[in-house]
Design a protein around this ligand. Structure first.
Ligand SMILES: [Mn+2]
Length: 264
């Protein structure tokens, strides 16, 4: 069995199929973790979800901001959803696809490999057990029966993490850190404006994985979300979003070898 992690697919069904072929992916034998943003903008979100759910014994995902946006539409929280997302929700098998999606995680810990996987990243102020517990506060409500209400309390806004937060603002800060974060101030505050590669950001902002005050740990975070970063591997973090939906490439790595990208 080989375990792969694949970056942001964003409805790019053709490239996903080509990448799986390149990997000689065998759903009976291999396993894939998707780094989030399975859907939106690429045109074939429905096809991507159908394929993944059809082979769900082989696929798992951490949710990205676009996946949460789709869930929000399914829960009736979005007034004017993108056509591509409405096509998923309105499909005859839409409810099955949505139920699979909402049962995925926001953070996956691979203890044996000292690897974390989250769509945008893991806040440098969080220990691994803390990150797991915080992610679970959001995940468990999404798995439950009143998931739409829970999502409404957990999703939206760009609230930076602060341990003193409570209630809905705390849930929203957890979700934002795991699914939207790119730059932080030296003190760990959230920046919601800068999206470009390092070097283009405002003063006193650092990529979340290279805050000068944070001591390196033995953990490495695999993440997507940051297309302008492209595939990038540092000792602390590996970005797997190489901008497939923007005309770039779709990236996979073996969980055991994140330093060797496989791209189409
Ligand atoms: Mn994203």
């Amino acid at each position: 069995m080989t375990r792969y992690v694949i970056g942001d697919v964003q409805g790019c069904f053709g490239p996903l199929m080509r990448l799986l072929k390149r990997l000689k992916f065998d759903p009976q034998r291999d396993r894939v973790w998707l780094a989030g943003d399975l859907v939106n903008r690429g045109g074939q979100s429905l096809e991507v979800l159908r394929y993944v759910v059809e082979h769900q014994h082989a696929f798992r995902a951490v949710l990205g901001n676009h996946d949460l946006h789709l869930l929000a539409h399914a829960a009736g929280l979005i007034e004017r959803p993108e056509k591509e997302l409405a096509r998923v929700v309105d499909a005859p098998d839409g409810p099955v696809l949505i139920d699979w999606l909402r049962r995925q995680k926001l953070l996956k810990v691979f203890r044996k490999h000292n690897v974390l996987l989250a769509h945008a990243g893991v806040h440098p102020g969080w220990s691994v057990p803390m990150a797991e517990a915080l992610a679970n506060e959001v995940e468990k409500g999404l798995r439950g029966r009143n998931w739409g209400k829970h999502l409404a309390r957990s999703y939206g806004g760009k609230i930076g993490w602060d341990p003193s937060l409570e209630g809905s603002r705390r849930l929203k800060a957890i979700t934002a850190s795991l699914t939207r974060m790119r730059y932080l101030t030296a003190g760990g505050s959230f920046d919601s404006v800068n999206k470009g590669p390092p070097g283009t950001q405002g003063a006193d902002l650092f990529p979340w994985f290279s805050l000068p005050s944070v001591r390196p740990t033995r953990w490495r975070v695999l993440f997507g979300h940051w297309a302008t970063l492209g595939y990038l591997a540092t000792p602390q973090a590996v970005c797997l979003d190489s901008g497939c939906v923007w005309g770039g490439r779709l990236t996979a790595v073996k969980l055991k070898q994140p330093d060797k990208p496989i791209q189409v």
